[in-house]
Design a protein around this ligand. Structure first.
Ligand SMILES: [Zn+2]
Length: 318
């Protein structure tokens, strides 16, 4: 057997094996990039205010668990702001540290296309969990593999990470989420892709969905990028639930129109950056578990993300 037929056969075997053993699953409450917190408006309204980013200045300091008190004591706010003072080699938690060569890979701010990969949750901000599978761990693995794929296959892309270890960007969720968008702002990113896995209250959902901002300045490009990624995930056999927008329940603009529900969508749009949330699959679904239960599966998902990004931005192969 080969190709899709083999994949379908493996999936059926997997569903049979996984069905009935899903216990102890916790839905994080969709705390993806969500949590309808109070709107914090960006001070900068356009890219013209983005600081000049150079190779030695783009870092996310103060969250290395070995040096950061705030990580040990989450109740103490770190004031964990991005600064332009720390050289990458002084902190191995630099944006863009690499699996390929941690000592050498630093994103090139002069690259034609700049992508920020955002592994959702991390540190004190837990995602969904199910049978020992922790969403924040899957998010990080897939994001790192996706970065590796991009930087080893394409010559004109720089990839920045909002985190490359199991940590939060800030102990306060509201601040943490906006900091992720600020990473994209500082990187002058062409897009931010926030990587997540889903779970449902009744454990009866499956498939992939991409959330994009409704705002005109970024909606179209976000949707096109999302469709590329969803198409590649569909090629793996994951159900495609298409592009979606979600309105905030309580955050309205001056005309009474709701803002985006998801903070990542909202904060990126405020910075003129397409920021999309990719919910790859449901970790509590017997069907979807077959797509995430091995290192090879996670590599395939990461490759799907990378191929979608590459197709959208017409990246150049080495
Ligand atoms: Zn999530």
């Amino acid at each position: 057997m080969s190709g899709r037929i083999r994949r379908t056969f493996e999936m059926l075997l997997c569903v049979a094996a996984v069905a009935g053993i899903l216990t102890g699953c916790v839905n994080s409450g969709g705390k993806a990039a969500d949590a309808p917190e109070k709107l914090v408006k960006s001070k900068s309204e356009g890219r013209n205010l983005v600081p000049d980013v150079t190779r030695d200045t783009l870092t996310l300091p103060a969250s290395d668990p070995s040096t950061d008190e705030s990580t040990k004591n989450p109740s103490k706010s770190s004031g964990n702001k991005i600064t332009a003072t720390q050289k990458p080699e002084e902190n191995d938690d630099v944006i863009g540290g690499s699996l390929v060569d941690p000592a050498k890979y630093i994103p090139d701010p002069g690259a034609r296309i700049k992508i920020v990969l955002d592994p959702g949750h991390g540190g004190v901000h837990k995602g969904a969990s199910c049978d020992g599978i922790e969403e924040q761990d899957l998010n990080l693995k897939v994001a790192l593999l996706c970065r590796n794929y991009l930087i080893t296959h394409y010559s004109d892309v720089a990839v920045y990470m909002t985190r490359s270890t199991d940590r939060e960007l800030d102990p306060t969720l509201k601040v943490d989420l906006e900091e992720r968008a600020r990473v994209a702002e500082l990187a002058n990113a062409d897009a931010l892709v926030s990587i997540h896995f889903n779970a449902s209250e009744k454990h009866d959902q499956s498939g992939a969905i991409v959330y994009v901002s409704k705002r005109d300045n970024v909606h179209e490009e976000s949707a096109l990028l999302g469709e590329q990624i969803l198409g590649r995930l569909e090629d793996l056999g994951i159900e495609n639930h298409s592009i979606s927008i979600r309105d905030s329940n309580d955050l309205m603009d001056k005309n009474g129109n709701p803002y985006d529900y998801y903070a990542i969508n909202r904060h990126c749009a405020a910075r003129e950056i397409p920021g999309i949330i990719v919910e790859h699959a449901y970790i509590d679904s017997p069907t979807d578990r077959c797509f995430i239960d091995s290192e090879e599966d996670l590599a395939a998902i990461a490759e799907a993300d990378a191929l979608g990004i590459a197709a959208h931005f017409e990246l150049t192969l080495y």
